[in-house]
Design a protein around this ligand. Structure first.
Ligand code: HEM
Length: 198
């Protein structure tokens, strides 16, 4: 969100229009916020957390599409190759949630389930993960503006920190950004929650 401020504004506009500014979004709002849904999908597509899923090995000889795969071969599902396949995702390096909408403006059926792996070993936590990611994104977008940090002359500091792979998971390297409440009302809602939870 630090980099894609136009996407951020579009999602915030949808939240303000559908949910209003008197409360934060809840999971009940999920079906009514298609752009936020598309934003979650695009985040998981553009930089998958597990770009090679989790390694497995074959327990017997197999043939897949004419390739002989001996017993004991390590097999990796190449999630990155799928999520950056340019025949499915035009200009796949571009971050653009609108790619998940059909021409009639409806969300398409590409729910990014492959980001959670494949077959009977597919991630059992995927529904919890999807709900948690959606809710966190929706509430953060409702409450805060996320922008680039400024230098001493007030100019945006470019974001160049990139990503690292630790073990099998990808994560952003530490970076500076500016996170500010969107309004006094948003700030009050955040404070209300903090007080309530303690
Ligand atoms: C962004 C969040 C998450 C992503 C992207 C993710 C992704 C994945 C992937 C790609 C696999 C490997 C599937 C395969 O081998 O084909 C996996 C396995 C697994 N995940 Fe997740 N996961 C997430 C969150 C969670 C959560 C929240 C839980 C638990 C509450 C969880 C529990 C597991 C377990 C137990 C496995 C191993 C399943 C098995 O080998 O049978 N994951 N996950």
């Amino acid at each position: 969100m630090t980099t894609f401020n136009d996407v951020q504004s579009k999602a915030q506009e949808e939240i303000d229009r559908v949910v209003g500014k008197e409360r934060f979004p809840t999971l009940n709002d999920r079906p009514s916020l298609p752009y936020v849904e598309a934003l979650v999908r695009e985040t998981m597509r553009w930089m998958p957390v597990l770009p090679l899923a989790i390694p497995h090995y074959t327990v017997e000889d197999d043939i897949y599409k004419g390739y002989f795969i001996p017993k004991g071969t390590m097999v990796l599902g190449n999630t990155w190759a799928i999520s950056h396949n340019t025949t499915i995702y035009d200009e796949s390096d571009r971050f653009d949630p609108s790619r998940f909408f059909n021409l009639d403006g409806q969300l398409n059926d590409d729910d990014l389930s492959y980001a959670f792996g494949y077959g009977r070993r597919q991630c059992p936590g995927r529904h919890l993960a999807s709900a948690t990611i959606w809710l966190n994104m929706a509430v953060i977008l409702a409450a805060f503006n996320i922008r680039k940090q400024k230098d001493s002359l007030g100019k945006d500091i470019p974001l160049t920190s990139g990503f690292s792979v630790s073990s099998i998971a990808v994560r952003p390297n530490p970076f500076e950004c500016l996170i500010t409440p969107r309004s006094d009302a948003a700030k009050a809602l955040v404070l209300e929650r903090i007080v309530y939870q303690h």
